[in-house]
Each structure stands twice: as structure tokens, then as C-alpha cells.
Design a protein around this ligand. Structure first.
Ligand SMILES: NC(=O)C1=CN([C@@H]2O[C@H](COP(=O)(O)OP(=O)(O)OC[C@H]3O[C@@H](n4cnc5c(N)ncnc54)[C@H](O)[C@@H]3O)[C@@H](O)[C@H]2O)C=CC1
Ligand SMILES: O=C(O)[C@@H]1CCC=N1
Length: 270
């Protein structure tokens, strides 16, 4: 399959590696569009596919075009792309907050899938939620599944309004997890643990706790109760969180991520 990736940063390169690893394409059929010559040199050294700078007619002759630039770069990139994508090409956009109708209008293209992956895609452990444009057909859906399944699980939704929530939950979610792990390891160091033991304790605890949650029928409240003995240490920690409105702060953080996704939609929809 001829695939072109426009936006070869964290996520674009994750796709390049996954598509090659699972033989969805080959070095010769994979085109990476670099932003400038310096970027082209970096991409060339990775030896993933043909590297070009700028949007050439050759690069556009592809079955699938992956769009993975930052949302703030969309309008500029769309201006350069409009009228150059062959009508039969399937475009997959992973840009946060850029809606299907905006993509269709600004790119002048019909066959589009809007997808929201997340960073564990790097290790085949991602979750991608996607929604196709109404013009997309069953062939496009099977192409998307076939490609995105190389990075983890995929799930199609029909209500595009949910994409802002998806972005806030699973798209941004890995960062919240690392944030909490960081608080725990930093605090462990203050307690006198060296870095390596701090990391081991915290990471193994999170890993183990996930397995318990994933392998038992017990609800989250009950799991919390099982750890928190009456008058014990966990209870003291949880009380501090409740008293300081941690739940509210965290919920507001998620809602603000969702709100930011909507703002990006407005910004790019104009
Ligand atoms: N990082 C993440 O965990 C996730 C990111 N996303 C979405 O993926 C997109 C990309 O995010 P990242 O990979 O993290 O960003 P990034 O900054 O690592 O990659 C973006 C790339 O686009 C390139 N670029 C910008 N303008 C260009 C142009 N005109 N021509 C060619 N290349 C150009 C940049 O040089 C950069 O390499 C964003 O829209 C983001 O919303 C979605 C889900 C998760
Ligand atoms: O932070 C962002 O805007 C992107 C979307 C989800 C993860 N990274």
C-alpha cells in the first residue's frame, strides 16, 4: 500500500514504524514529508521510507495520506494540500479538535477518517477512536482498521461530538498517568529512597494495581476500600485528597482538556 505521512513527529513516526513492522507497506511505498532540510536529514537517518521536503505530486500519489501535524499548523498545511490529493486517496487525520467537515472543506476532499490515537500506540498498546466522513465506504473502513490495528485497539464511533471527550480521556490520558507517577516518585525521593528504588516501587505498584483492576469483578470503590484499612495510612492519604478537592480538580482538568479540543475546532473551523 502506498502511504504518505505529513507530520513526521511523535505520532507520524509511530505510524511509519508500525506500518513497516506489520508489513502494511514497504520502504519504497512509504513517503515521509519533512518540514525542512534539517528535518529531512533527521528522517533520512531513520531509514523508514523515502523522504521528501514539501508537498510534491509524487508524494500525493498514495492510497492513504496520514495527516499528523499539530492542529495549529493545520490551516497552513491545508492551504498547501488543497486540490493536490487524488480523489480516491483516503486521508486519515489525527489532529486534535479538527472536525470532519472542516477537514473536508479546507482540503477539498471527500474520503476522510478522523482518528484520535494515543501515545502507547508506539508499543502496539494504543487505543484509537475514529469516525469516518459520510462519504467513506466499507473499503475505507477496512483500510483504516487494517492500518490502525498495528498500533493497538480501534473503536469506531458515530457521534463526532464525543471526539472532544475522547481526546481529553484517551488522547491526553497517558500524560495524566505519568504526572501522577512523577508526583509519587518525587515524593518517594523526599522520603529518602534513591531514584532507582523510587521508580521500581511506584512503577511496579501501578502495574500491579492495573492488573488487579483488570482481572477482578470488584468495582473501583470496593477496590479502594480493600486497600484503605480503617484508621490506616491509605485512609489518611485519601482524606487529604478529598479535603483538598483533588477529585474536583482532576475532573475540572479533564473537562478543560475537552473544552480545549472544542476551542481548537472553532479555531480551525473559521
Ligand atoms: N502526541 C500525542 O500523544 C498525540 C497527538 N495527537 C495529535 O497528533 C498530531 C501530532 O502530534 P505530535 O506527533 O505529538 O506532534 P509533533 O510536533 O511531534 O509532530 C508534528 C510534526 O509535524 C511537522 N510539520 C509541521 N508542519 C509541517 C509541514 N508544513 N510539512 C511537513 N511537516 C510539518 C513537524 O516538523 C513535526 O515533526 C497533533 O495534531 C496531535 O493533536 C493525537 C493523539 C495523541
Ligand atoms: O495534547 C494534545 O493536544 C494532543 C491530543 C491528545 C494528546 N496530545
Amino acid at each position: 500500500m502506498k502511504i504518505t505521512i505529513l507530520g513526521c513527529g511523535n505520532m507520524g513516526l509511530t505510524y511509519a514504524r508500525a506500518f513497516l513492522q506489520y508489513h502494511k507497506t514497504t520502504f519504497d511505498d512509504l513517503t515521509l514529508i519533512a518540514k525542512d532540510e534539517k528535518h529531512a536529514t533527521e528522517l533520512n537517518s531513520m531509514k523508514l521510507g523515502k523522504v521528501i521536503t514539501g508537498i510534491t505530486p509524487d508524494a500525493m500519489q498514495c492510497d492513504v495520506l496520514i495527516l499528523a501535524v499539530k492542529p495549529q499548523d493545520f490551516i497552513g498545511v491545508a492551504g498547501s494540500l488543497k486540490g493536490k490529493i487524488p480523489p480516491e486517496t483516503l486521508l486519515i487525520s489525527i489532529l486534535a479538535g479538527v472536525k470532519l467537515d472542516t477537514l473536508q472543506e479546507k482540503l477539498g476532499h471527500k474520503y476522510i477518517v478522523r482518528a484520535m490515537p494515543n501515545m502507547p500506540a508506539q508499543f502496539g498498546m494504543g487505543i484509537t477512536v475514529y469516525i469516518p466522513s459520510s462519504d467513506a465506504n466499507v473499503h475505507h473502513l477496512s483500510t483504516v482498521e487494517n492500518l490502525l490495528n498495528t498500533t493497538g485497539r480501534t473503536f469506531m464511533i458515530e457521534n463526532e461530538n464525543l471526539m472532544d471527550g475522547v481526546t481529553a480521556l484517551s488522547g491526553s490520558g497517558p500524560a495524566y498517568f505519568y504526572y501522577i507517577v512523577k508526583i509519587m516518585t518525587d515524593t518517594a525521593k523526599k522520603m529518602g529512597f534513591d531514584e532507582s528504588l523510587a521508580n521500581l516501587l511506584v512503577m511496579h505498584t501501578m502495574h500491579g494495581a492495573f492488573h488487579v483492576m483488570n482481572n477482578s469483578d470488584t468495582g473501583l470503590d470496593e477496590l479502594i476500600r480493600k486497600v484503605a484499612s480503617k484508621g490506616g495510612t491509605t485512609e489518611a492519604a485519601l482524606k487529604t485528597m478529598k479535603d483538598n478537592k483533588f477529585d474536583e480538580i482532576f475532573a475540572t482538568a479533564l473537562l478543560n482538556a475537552e473544552k480545549r479540543s472544542k476551542e481548537l475546532s472553532e479555531l480551525n473551523g473559521k
